[in-house]
Design a protein around this ligand. Structure first.
Ligand SMILES: [Zn+2]
Length: 137
């Protein structure tokens, strides 16, 4: 991610590095405020705006995908391979599932000429942990 930012002509600041280090370790698709809450512990001077700007740059350079929610804050996905996102409507967890996509980008292109640059697939429902909790008396 750092290399891609440098290539895009972005200055690599210590605060940006903190955001990237945090994101690189996560697969739970944190929101900007979750990222901020974590990095502010390492650098109390880092603002939510800096976190937002860094995330926006990463999205712009294609390093991170933004998953937008109507009712919640946007979440950020660092997995760039095509995959399914399983979104739990009860606890808000988002997990990745690496299964064959229903329609591959190459099939879309040969059918329509449309060149896919990003794939976002979202299945909404309830995760197994929440299902277990709900089943408890
Ligand atoms: Zn859940």
């Amino acid at each position: 991610m750092l290399a891609a930012l440098r290539e895009a002509g972005c200055r690599i600041t210590r605060q940006r590095t903190l955001v990237i280090d945090y994101l690189a370790d996560r697969d739970d698709h944190p929101s900007a405020s979750q990222v901020h809450a974590a990095v502010v512990r390492k650098d109390p001077g880092i603002s939510l705006t800096t976190v937002y700007n860094t995330l926006a740059t990463l999205v712009h350079t294609g390093q991170v995908t933004e998953i937008d929610f109507d009712d919640d804050h946007n979440r950020y996905d660092t997995n760039l391979e095509p995959h399914l996102n399983l979104v739990c409507s009860r606890c808000g967890s988002i997990s990745d599932l690496a299964l064959e996509l229903p329609v591959r980008p190459s099939e879309v292109e040969s059918a329509t000429g449309f060149v896919t640059t990003a794939v976002r697939l979202e299945y909404r429902g309830m995760c197994s942990r929440c299902g277990d909790e709900e089943a408890m008396p």
